[in-house]
Each structure stands twice: as structure tokens, then as C-alpha cells.
Design a protein around this ligand. Structure first.
Ligand code: AMP
Length: 124
């Protein structure tokens, strides 16, 4: 099977999320501050599927550093806020895919916010 994932050699210029953050691909932001943005996933797996993406370029969670501790906490709190904005009061799921076996396809760290229906478990 062809490997269509972006490689872990991505630079800030060559992920689709970098282009979205820099405004090179026009995207409606559901949330934006000086540390992150949130926008709808182009290929939703549920009625609500939103990505929370740090402006800082970190390829994947396994590459995050001690210095990213505050940013990572911020991303979770933003995910919570976006979930509240979307009125996901019955529940939702936050997902970070990491690396090849984690099925990561875009190598710019992001949190998936998924909800709007009864989700199932386990995910695999
Ligand atoms: P992951 O597989 O965890 O790396 O998630 C990457 C996600 O980015 C997938 O769910 C894609 O559908 C989504 N995606 C890819 N390109 C875009 C885009 N241009 N706008 C919004 N979402 C995108």
C-alpha cells in the first residue's frame, strides 16, 4: 500500500497546517489566539470534528519538549472551550495520533475534537 503520510522531515513550510496557520489556505477558524488555532477537519469522522493546532511547529507529540508543557496544557483547555462552544455537553473525544502506527498523516501536532454522536470504544 502506498505511504501517503507526510514524512517526519516536515518543515514549517511544508505541512498543510502550516499553510492554514499562515493564511495561505483560506480556512475559517473557530478559535484563534497567539498560541493555536482550531478549524473543522476536512474529512470529518463524526458530526463535529475539529482540529486544535499549535502555531508553534512541533511535528508530533513524541517530539514535544519540557519547554512545551504550558503550550500542551493550553491546547487541552482550548479543546475544552471549543467543545463547550459546540455544545458537546453529552461528551466528546480528544485524540492525538502519533507516528506511523498511530496513523498520523499530518506531521504538525494537532488534537482531534470528535463528537456530536455516540462514539464507540475501543477505537481499533
Ligand atoms: P492525523 O491523521 O491525526 O494526522 O490527522 C490529520 C487530519 O487532518 C485528518 O483528519 C485530515 O482529514 C485533516 N486534514 C488534512 N488536510 C486538511 C485541511 N486542508 N483542512 C482541514 N483538515 C485537514
Amino acid at each position: 500500500m502506498a505511504d501517503t503520510t507526510e514524512k517526519n522531515t516536515a518543515t514549517p513550510d511544508d505541512t498543510i497546517f502550516g499553510k492554514i496557520i499562515r493564511g495561505e489556505i483560506k480556512t475559517e477558524f473557530l478559535y484563534k489566539d497567539d498560541k493555536c488555532v482550531a478549524f473543522k477537519d476536512i474529512n470529518p469522522v463524526a458530526p463535529i470534528h475539529i482540529l486544535i493546532v499549535p502555531i508553534k511547529f512541533i511535528t508530533q507529540i513524541s517530539e514535544a519538549k519540557e519547554e512545551d508543557e504550558k503550550l500542551l496544557g493550553h491546547l487541552l483547555l482550548v479543546a475544552k472551550k471549543v467543545a463547550e462552544d459546540q455544545k458537546l455537553d453529552k461528551g466528546y473525544r480528544l485524540v492525538i495520533n502519533n507516528g506511523k502506527e498511530g496513523q498520523q498523516s499530518v506531521y504538525h501536532l494537532h488534537i482531534h475534537l470528535i463528537g456530536g454522536k455516540q462514539l464507540s470504544w475501543p477505537p481499533c
